[in-house]
Design a protein around this ligand. Structure first.
Ligand code: PHB
Length: 403
C-alpha cells in the first residue's frame, strides 16, 4: 500500500480501475494534442459601431479584419481571436467593455478606440492590467502619455496641422480663420496650426470651435466669412465631413473665393466622392490617401474595396496597421503574451504600410510617418486626394517640443 506523503489517509490515491482510465485519458489527450496545443490569443477591439461615429468603427474593424484575412489567424503558433465590441461612442461603456475583456475574456491586447474621449477613459485599465492598448483611430497628442501601455497606429492632429501651416506660409495664403470641433483633436489642430503659422508671420483672424455632438456649422461658417479670411482651416472628425461640406456649399463659401484647408479629415476618402465636385481643388495635409501610389497601397485598396464595398480611409489603414503591429510583436515574443514583453516588442517596430513607411517611436510609443500635401482631383471619374508633396517621417511635434 502506498502512503500518501503528508496525507492523513493511508488509502491508495487511485483505485487500479481509475488509474487505467487516467492513463487512457492521458493518451487521448496526447492524441488530440496537435489540435489543442494551439493556444488562443484574444484581442479585444472596442469601437463605435453604432451612432454617428459608426463610420469610424466600420473602417477600423474592416482594416483589422482584412489584415487577419491576408496574413492568417495564427501567429507564432498561437491562434488569434478578435472580439469586437460596440461602445456606441460612450466613454463609460468603452471603459467597462475594456474591463470585461481583460477580466472575463483575458485578452492579451486591447485595441480600437474610435475617438479621443474613449481612449482616455480606457487608459487606466491598460495601466492597471498591464495590457497593451493599441490606439488605431483617436488622434489627440496626449493620448499616448496617459499610460505606458498605449501604442498608436493612427496619427496625431499636430503632425498634420503644423505641415498645413508650413504649406500655407510657403504658398502665401494670407489671413486664415480656424474652425475646429471643440474637443481634444480639434483643439490640438487649432493650437498647432496657430502657433506655427504665427511663428512664420501668418495671421489668424478668428478661432472658432463647434460642438462635437450634432454640429450645426452654419453660424460658425457665417462668422468665419465675416472675418474676411483668405482661407478657413477646418478640422472635423471622420463621420462629420459630409455634413460640413453640405453646409459649406449652402452658405455659398465655395463660391466666395475663400479656400478650404486643413488636416485631411475634412476630405475623408470614405465620403469624398459623395461630397461632390465642390471639393475639387481643396488642399490638405494627411498621412493617408487611398490614391497613395505604390504596390502596397494598391493591393490594400483593392482588397479592402472588394471585401467591404467601400473605399478605405485613414481610419481603415489605422486598423490594418494596428493589427500588423500586434502580429509583429507576437512574432518577436515568439507568442508570449505578457503585456510588458509585448510592449517592448512594439516599440521601434518599422514597416511598409499602405500609407508609406511607418515606425513606432521607441521613446514615445507614438506613430512616425510621412505627411503628404494633397489636392482633391478627379481620377477615373472619382474624387481622390492626390498627393503632391511629402514631408518625410514626421514625429508628433507636441512630444518633440517637450523633449
Ligand atoms: C479623435 O477623436 O481623436 C478623432 C476622431 C476622428 C478624427 C480625428 C480624431 O478624424
Amino acid at each position: 500500500m502506498r502512503i500518501i506523503p503528508g496525507g492523513a489517509s493511508s488509502r491508495p490515491l487511485f483505485s487500479p480501475l481509475v488509474k487505467v482510465a487516467a492513463v487512457a485519458g492521458a493518451a487521448l489527450a496526447m492524441a488530440m494534442a496537435p489540435a489543442q496545443a494551439q493556444e488562443t490569443v484574444k484581442i479585444g477591439l472596442i469601437l463605435p459601431m453604432t451612432g454617428p461615429f459608426a463610420p469610424i468603427g466600420k473602417q477600423v474593424e474592416a482594416g483589422a479584419k482584412l489584415y487577419m484575412q491576408q496574413n492568417g489567424s495564427s501567429v507564432a503558433g498561437k491562434k488569434l481571436e478578435l472580439i469586437v465590441k460596440d461602445d456606441g461612442n460612450v466613454a463609460d461603456t468603452t471603459r467597462r467593455l475594456a474591463q470585461e475583456l481583460v477580466v472575463n475574456d483575458k485578452v492579451a491586447v486591447l485595441a480600437g478606440f474610435g475617438l479621443t474621449p474613449l481612449a482616455l477613459a480606457t487608459a487606466p485599465i491598460a495601466t492597471q492590467a498591464k495590457v497593451p492598448m493599441v490606439v488605431m483611430a483617436a488622434a489627440t497628442a496626449i493620448i499616448t502619455e496617459q499610460s505606458p501601455f498605449i501604442v498608436r497606429t493612427s496619427f496625431t492632429l499636430p503632425q498634420a496641422a503644423v505641415s498645413v501651416a508650413d504649406w500655407a506660409l510657403k504658398n502665401k495664403v494670407g489671413k486664415v480663420v480656424t474652425l475646429v470641433s471643440d474637443y481634444g483633436p480639434g483643439i490640438d489642430a487649432e493650437n498647432s496650426f496657430k502657433a506655427r503659422y504665427a511663428a512664420g508671420g501668418g495671421a489668424v483672424g478668428a478661432e472658432l470651435r463647434v460642438p462635437l455632438a450634432n454640429p450645426d456649422f452654419a453660424p460658425f461658417l457665417q462668422r468665419a466669412r465675416d472675418a474676411d479670411p483668405k482661407a478657413i482651416f477646418v478640422f472635423v472628425p471622420a463621420g462629420q465631413s459630409a455634413t460640413f461640406a453640405k453646409q459649406f456649399v449652402e452658405r455659398g463659401i465655395d463660391k466666395s473665393g475663400i479656400k478650404l484647408i486643413g488636416p485631411g479629415d475634412v476630405t475623408d476618402d470614405d465620403v469624398l466622392d459623395q461630397m461632390g465636385d465642390v471639393m475639387l481643388g481643396v488642399q490638405t495635409v494627411h498621412h493617408y490617401s487611398a490614391a497613395h501610389p505604390g504596390a502596397v497601397n494598391k493591393k490594400f485598396v483593392e482588397a479592402f474595396m472588394k471585401a467591404n464595398n467601400m473605399r478605405p480611409n485613414f481610419m481603415g489603414v489605422g486598423g490594418y496597421d494596428g493589427m500588423h503591429l500586434i502580429y509583429a510583436a507576437l512574432t518577436a515574443t515568439k507568442g508570449a503574451t505578457d503585456g510588458e514583453g509585448l510592449l517592448a516588442a512594439m516599440r521601434g517596430q518599422s514597416w511598409e504600410s499602405p500609407r508609406g513607411p511607418m515606425t513606432i517611436d521607441p521613446r514615445t510609443r507614438d506613430v512616425v510617418h510621412n505627411m503628404y500635401v494633397r489636392k482633391v482631383e478627379k481620377k477615373d471619374g472619382h474624387l481622390y486626394n492626390i498627393e503632391t508633396d511629402t514631408i518625410p517621417m514626421v514625429k508628433d511635434p507636441v512630444k518633440e517640443a517637450k523633449k
